[in-house]
Design a protein around this ligand. Structure first.
Ligand code: SF4
Length: 360
């Protein structure tokens, strides 16, 4: 964390400004794939329509993007193992002519998911299950607990740390059936001050269940902070066009939104709109990015992302290295790459937006 920017002797540390730094606005991009160009705005802006029309199969993908025959064969094999869902809104951020498009890499399955490049990728790389006294709850650090409330997400990120719960078909059972046990555990452990409500994505929960978590945690006096971990502002902002959902989140009074933008092209007017709605309702919005090879592992992209977030008043909270999770090894960079990017940002980025990378 660069807390003392004002005192830091900038001159020797500041890197020369790359020419691209003055030209780092997100590129203009067609906002709808041709398939959906005639969908009325009323439907396009409806999260139910977006969810219902999400791309969920290789059969759909092959008509929307270019693949080689070998890729299609490999993706067909992977389909039985891992889920896939990409709402039309998020899919439309992909440049269909670029096989290495950073939005595509995050959302569209790759044959590389069948590989284990380092040999030590794991299903549960953070060993959350070892610190799980109640199914779905991880209690590792004394003052905080993680609740995995659902295996569902609006879009399945191919590098997901909790892939065993989210992407893996028929995966992890101990998710939402034990919600009362999870809340009871928090209630009985007065040392827990900070609860991370995660998943999967808790903003895909039925409203009644989300209300149960929020109201229960609000009533536990020793809980100061409830962090909602969600990618909905990035992948399905339409869900947060609903003022009742914003009101419900705000009603818990302790809620911080932890979201997850990884690329400047994700910081769209739609995403900015919902982040501002959350901020106006009194909820801080923090972002964690995952450092992903081919997506954001260069200085210009990261700087553009952080500038976009700061313009939206979303605080860049930290930068994670991608965990060594099974099927996501191809996304991992070296630790040095993260340090190099942070060093390159220093002096060219507001201290609000510049934090050290962490391996968790
Ligand atoms: S939204 Fe979060 S939990 Fe869901 S797949 Fe992406 S990283 Fe995993």
């Amino acid at each position: 964390m660069f807390e003392s920017d004002a005192r830091r002797p900038l001159a020797p540390a500041v890197q020369p400004v790359p020419a691209t730094f003055e030209d780092d606005e997100p590129p203009s991009h067609p906002r709808r794939h041709a398939l959906w160009k005639d969908v009325p705005d009323e439907q396009w802006d409806d999260w139910r329509w977006q969810t219902h029309n999400a791309v969920r199969s290789v059969r759909q993908l092959r008509n929307l993007l270019g693949f080689t025959p070998d890729e299609l064969e490999a993706l067909g094999r992977l389909e039985g193992e891992y889920k896939l869902a990409i709402p039309p809104y998020y899919f439309s951020l992909i440049d269909p002519n670029d096989p290495n498009d950073p939005i595509r890499l995050q959302s569209v399955p790759s044959p590389l998911e069948a590989e284990n490049p380092s040999g030590y990728e794991l299903d549960d790389p953070l060993e959350e299950d070892k610190d799980s006294p109640v199914p779905g709850l991880t209690h590792r650090y004394p003052d905080r607990a993680l609740l995995v409330t659902t295996p569902n997400c609006s879009m399945y990120c191919r590098y997901c740390t909790r892939k065993r719960a989210t992407l893996t078909r028929g995966g992890w059972e101990g998710v939402s059936a034990d919600d009362e046990r999870m809340i009871d555990y928090v209630r009985q452990h007065r040392e827990i001050k900070d609860v991370i409500v995660s998943g999967g994505d808790p903003l895909t929960l039925p409203v009644g269940k989300l209300r149960y978590y929020l109201e229960s945690l609000k009533q536990i006096n020793h809980v100061d902070v409830v962090r909602i971990g969600t990618r909905v502002p990035v992948t399905l902002p339409q869900r947060l066009y609903d003022p009742e959902l914003i009101d419900l989140l705000a009603s818990a009074e302790k809620v911080y939104i932890q979201t997850h933008f990884n690329h400047p092209r994700e910081v769209t007017p739609e995403a900015v709109r919902v982040c501002k709605s959350l901020l106006r309702a009194g909820m801080p919005v923090n972002n964690h990015s995952v450092l992903l090879k081919g997506v954001n592992d260069d200085l210009g992209t990261m700087r553009s992302l952080l500038r976009g977030l700061l313009r939206a008043k979303v605080r860049p909270y930290y930068l994670f290295h991608c965990d060594p999770v099974t099927g996501a090894g191809h996304f991992r960079t070296s630790v040095w790459k993260g340090l190099e990017i942070m060093e390159g940002l220093r002096g060219h980025m507001s201290g609000i937006g510049c934090r050290c990378p962490t391996t968790r």
